[in-house]
Design a protein around this ligand. Structure first.
Ligand code: AMP
Length: 215
């Protein structure tokens, strides 16, 4: 299975881009954040374990995350082309991914953005309750306030996109990120994307980059 890892701060646009490219190019988008939020909504055992960590903006422990991602990969067809969004977040997670014989991480895309911009980006995010389509009150507004352009569903704010939780999430990210960047740089598969540009401009660059890796 060919895998592209999306690295970058919360709010850098990884999820938005992954979702769109999955829709337009038939890639499989795996977002560990989305998986955890679904588990919390459904009140599964995983959801109960994870809820406190998400509410505080902290990382869910590695053993839980590694089990989750292994289950997901196990259920995918071998020929899948996967965009992995939100995983790995730590070095043990990155190492497990490379040890798996069934997955090949051939590209790591780093969504580069000034940390100052993150708070505004995160606190302005809205997501469709029905289909998960992402919006932003300032940078990617829906045609009609509070309503999804795609399916007409209600737009809601994630509970961890409030300012105090956002600040914790950014601090957690900054602590872990450099080791991950160094790791993929060492493997010579790291590519930077300037994430401080309009969504469609970034999407074009990314589409070209991905098509050079996914055959
Ligand atoms: P995200 O939607 O990627 O911003 O993730 C939301 C939250 O889910 C994070 O703040 C963490 O609490 C948790 N989470 C998502 N992915 C991971 C991961 N790979 N390792 C640990 N925690 C994660």
């Amino acid at each position: 299975m060919d895998v592209v890892v999306f690295l970058g701060a919360p709010g850098s646009g990884k999820g938005t881009q992954a979702k769109r490219l999955a829709d337009s190019h038939g890639y499989t988008h795996l977002s560990t954040g989305d998986m955890l939020r679904a588990a919390i909504r459904e009140e599964t055992t995983l959801g109960k374990k994870a809820k406190g960590f998400l509410d505080r903006g902290e990382l869910v422990p590695d053993d839980v995350m590694i089990g989750l991602i292994e289950d997901r990969f196990g259920a995918l067809p071998k020929a899948s082309r996967v965009l992995l969004d939100g995983f790995p977040r730590t070095m043990p997670q990155a190492e497990v991914l490379d040890e798996k014989p069934t997955t090949e991480v051939g590209l790591a895309v780093h969504f580069k953005l000034d940390p100052e911009a993150l708070v505004v980006r995160l606190t302005g995010r809205r997501t469709c309750k029905q289909c998960g389509e992402p919006f932003h009150v300032k940078f990617l507004p829906p045609k009609k306030a509070g309503i999804c352009d795609k399916c007409g569903g209600e737009l809601v704010q994630r509970s961890d996109d409030t300012e105090s939780v956002v600040r914790t999430r950014i601090a957690v990210f900054q602590k872990q990120n450099q080791s991950l960047l160094d790791y993929y740089k060492g493997r010579k598969i790291l590519r930077d994307i300037d994430a401080d540009r309009p969504v469609d401009v970034i999407r074009k660059d990314l589409a070209a980059l991905l098509s050079s890796w996914f055959k």
